[in-house]
Design a protein around this ligand. Structure first.
Ligand code: NAP
Length: 263
């Protein structure tokens, strides 16, 4: 299937590893030019080399912390200087701080708002005018299955991420006649560096091996395994393609069947 992405420019935020990296690599494989960012210069440059070597895509690696509005402005400016425009935006960031209700101070709530909500809003705000001018654009937000089914001990994520579902649906309606689509993808447990760290921490807390901690999680997933980053990336590439031109305002889980609701 030709996704029609050759010559398009895709910006993927928080992409030096994990889900963002996999999304960028998949879009590169489909022929898109790439702009990727993360906070660490060495990490993002290494990621760009890996993507270029594996896909042949032209990749511009940039340092940006998505919590900083000035750094987002710079990011877009440099992307436009290099490729003239950004046709596709995949929003992503690190996970918001964990904790139960009593653990979370106003400072941590506000940090979550900057990292999760505002970073997405600001990234979209920067690319939307040009997408409107071109009558074509794709926005895909990497959220979490927590927007469908809250996860114990992740109060900030459970509270703020559903706000992005509201944002995407509202924005999808606003821009529906302009050739721009806006969608959300919701990973369940997916094997990234972050999940490896989470498993180590869980194992330490429970006094079990990381393998055991992982097995307990997998037992609750109908497919009896965690996802691979490329399985989320495949959906992202489709949603960014010409083929997905009538898909907008959706929120799609990629979780091996873990979400147990009907809708
Ligand atoms: N993996 C899963 O099972 C899963 C499931 C549901 C939801 N999610 C969510 O999906 C997102 C990505 O998860 P992941 O597993 O891919 O995480 P990961 O392996 O830790 O990767 C996070 C990426 O984000 C970058 N990053 C972190 N904070 C940033 C910031 N403030 N500004 C710019 N870049 C930043 C990191 O690079 P630098 O360190 O170089 O900045 C890294 O490239 C997270 O929000 C996570 O909560 C993941």
């Amino acid at each position: 299937m030709d996704f029609g992405l050759k010559g398009k420019t895709a910006m993927v935020a928080a992409a030096s590893q994990g889900l963002g990296f996999a999304a960028a690599q998949e879009l590169g494989r489909e022929g898109a030019n790439l702009v990727i960012c993360s906070r660490s210069k060495s990490n993002i440059e290494a990621a760009a080399r890996r993507i270029h070597e594996s896909t042949g895509a032209e990749v511009l690696p940039l340092v940006a912390d998505v919590r900083e509005t000035g750094q987002i402005d710079e990011l877009i400016k440099k992307a436009q200087q290099q490729f003239n425009q950004v046709d596709i935006l995949v929003t992503n960031a690190g996970g918001p701080p964990a904790g139960f209700f009593d653990d979370i101070s106003d400072e941590r709530w506000l940090a979550g708002v900057e990292l999760t909500l505002l970073s997405t809003i600001r990234l979209i705000r920067c690319v939307l005018p040009q997408m409107k001018k071109n009558n074509w654009g794709r926005v895909v937000n990497i959220l979490s299955i927590s927007v469908k089914q809250p996860i114990s001990g992740l109060l900030v994520s459970n509270t703020l991420r559903p706000g992005l579902v509201g944002l995407a649906k509202s924005l999808a309606d606003e821009v529906a006649t302009t050739g721009i689509t806006v969608n959300n993808v919701c990973p369940g447990w997916t094997k990234t560096e972050r999940v490896q760290e989470l498993l180590l921490a869980r194992a330490d807390k429970q006094g079990v091996t990381p393998e055991r901690a992982g097995a307990e999680i997998v037992a609750g997933i109908p497919m009896q395994r965690m996802g691979e980053p490329k399985e989320l990336a495949a959906l992202i590439a489709f949603l960014c393609s010409d083929r997905a031109s009538y898909v907008t305002g959706t929120t799609i889980p990629v979780d091996g069947g873990a979400y147990q609701g009907l809708m």
